[in-house]
Ligand binder design. Structure first.
Ligand code: SF4
Length: 536
């Protein structure tokens, strides 16, 4: 075991809490010591949930360890049922409580409560949060639908096309959870997308579903597995037991959204060509626009949960023209899928839950953009590289009040804005290129509104252009104090490559950096050392 400061995933009981906090009329009882009671913080601080998470704890203390902790658990389960009257109880253990071997779930299930009790075996020391969420959702689905599983030899379920003859097909959207990345808005977007091709949503789960809703899952014609980390196990069981097909394409990105529509078209017999034509995303055109082509070939490093990492790599490579130089995930359960995706870009996937390993790889690959979790945002900030968050774990600012899906065609617009616009800030180089020869805007011209430039005449007027190079003070730099430090001709040339509106500041900072270190002659190296220093 290794001690760490930050982790991508919490222990598996956090996953169980996410399922409870996503659903209605469900309560989770955790056998847990004092101090492990942080669910309220998680769900109210980061996601700003409107209600307190439905989680209760036994909260045993050190002095309880010599007593009957199993009795403590039974008392808490009984009190919780009486107080909250849920339609279903989840009962499991936090890591420390697992060591007590009270078998919390089994014990609670034997108490004869009038509602289903789902015992959770969460393997706290070998599994993690997403596995815990997946296992909990699977156990809830299985427990509620067990009675509906067709008996062996029962008449097989008709194909989706036969079932839907003369009516609109219906789909379940499975996988969205509390603390998932943009799940709330993705559900709205996917519902719209399906409606546009004539498919209705039967139910969404676990987000917003009650146990009674789960009982209606088999009424749908197919499932959409939107987040495999959470829903793949349940979808596979539903496919085996109920012959309920799963749509596996995940509609993040223009190409993947089209694949999603095509897969549904093939399953249901719906003609999706019109929807594919109408696909109202601005991403393809924006990606071809002049300011975006400036970014073509940008080196991108991607690390997140498997769903978002795979989707991001495809968008970068196929839709934005970036070069994927690194791809990885902490989702060990889906490592094979991420490895296969990485192979498409000629790289080897990094599968780890050690953020220091990720940091080392990012530093070594020198990407120009990092797409990751909150962890990679911290890493990228330390290394001075632009970054956008594409998946959980994420910060409060990635749970925006506004509508900001990742899925569907509107999701691709949001993605373009989030990933590309930060890269463009202050880099409107196509304008500098276009106007380079213009008498007002060429490289040597001074801004006309500054007194220092008056009378210095533009190129072609017979007068010498304003001297913004060498030892002369930059006209933008009105408080420039001449320094004893000099600039090598190469460093001066390098300085001129910096857009004029930030050149003055770059000169000032570099001279300050050099003076503080007693450097007499500023070289290209000094310029970049200063850039790195002030960029920290
Ligand atoms: S993202 Fe960083 S700052 Fe924000 S809550 Fe998490 S650890 Fe704290």
């Amino acid at each position: 075991m290794q001690l760490t400061v930050w982790t991508y995933e919490g222990p598996p009981h956090i996953g169980a809490m996410r399922i409870a906090a996503s659903m209605r009329a469900v309560h989770c009882v955790l056998h847990a010591p004092q101090g492990d009671t942080y669910a309220d913080l998680l769900f109210t601080m980061i996601e700003r949930g409107e209600r307190r998470p439905p989680v209760s704890y036994t909260t045993f203390k050190a002095r309880d360890l010599g007593t009957d902790t199993a009795e403590l658990l039974k008392t808490r389960v009984r009190e919780t049922y009486e107080r909250f009257k849920p339609d279903l109880l989840l009962v499991g253990e936090a890591c420390t409580a697992e060591l007590l071997q009270d078998q919390a779930g089994t014990l609670a299930a034997s108490m004869g409560l009038p509602v289903p009790v789902v015992p959770l075996e969460l393997s706290a020391f070998s599994r993690q949060e997403n596995w815990g969420a997946s296992e909990t959702f699977y156990q809830v689905v299985r427990r509620i639908l067990q009675q509906q599983v067709p008996a062996p030899g029962a008449e097989p379920r008709a194909s989706v096309r036969e079932r839907c003859a003369g009516r609109r097909p219906t789909a379940n959207l499975l996988g969205p959870t509390a603390l998932g990345f943009r799940c709330r808005d993705d559900v709205v977007e996917v519902t719209r997308l399906l409606d546009a091709i004539g498919v209705d949503v039967n139910l969404v789960a676990p987000l917003g579903a009650s146990p009674a809703d789960i009982a209606r899952i088999p009424a749908a014609d197919f499932n959409c597995c939107l987040y495999p980390e959470v829903a793949l196990a349940a979808c596979s069981w539903l496919e085996r037991m109920f012959k309920l097909p799963t749509v596996k394409a995940i509609p993040i990105g223009v190409g993947a959204t089209r694949d999603f529509l095509r897969e549904i078209g093939a399953l249901t017999g719906i003609d999706v060509d019109a929807a594919l034509e109408a696909g109202a995303s601005r991403l393809p055109w924006y990606s071809r626009s002049v300011d975006s082509t400036y970014l073509t070939g940008k080196r991108v490093y991607i690390f997140a949960d498997a769903t978002h990492a795979i989707a991001a790599a495809r968008i970068c490579a196929e839709e934005l023209g970036f070069k994927v130089v690194g791809l990885g995930t902490y989702s060990r359960e889906l490592a094979r899928e991420v490895r296969a995706a990485a192979a498409l870009y000629g790289i080897e996937a990094l599968i780890t839950d050690d953020y220091l390993e990720v940091e080392t790889q990012v530093a070594g690959l020198h990407p120009e953009l990092v797409l990751g979790t909150q962890m990679e945002r911290h890493i990228a900030k330390r290394l001075g590289v632009p970054c956008a968050v594409i998946g959980a774990p994420h910060h409060v600012q990635d749970c925006p009040a506004r509508y900001a899906p990742q899925m569907g065609f509107e999701g691709t617009n949001v993605i373009f804005d989030t990933w590309v616009h930060p890269l463009m800030m202050g880099l409107e180089e196509h304008l500098l290129t276009m106007f380079r020869g213009d008498f007002e805007f060429h490289d040597e011209a001074a801004p006309s509104h500054l007194p220092a430039a008056v009378g210095k005449g533009p190129v072609g007027s017979g007068q010498q252009p304003a001297d913004t190079s060498a030892s002369a003070a930059d006209p933008l730099d009105t408080d420039h104090q001449p320094l004893t430090t000099g600039w090598s001709p190469e460093a001066e040339r390098e300085l001129k490559k910096i857009p004029f509106f930030v050149r003055g500041k770059a000169r000032r900072n570099t001279e300050l950096f050099a003076t503080e270190r007693g450097i007499q002659m500023i070289t290209v190296e000094t310029l970049y050392d200063a850039k790195a220093h002030f960029g920290r």
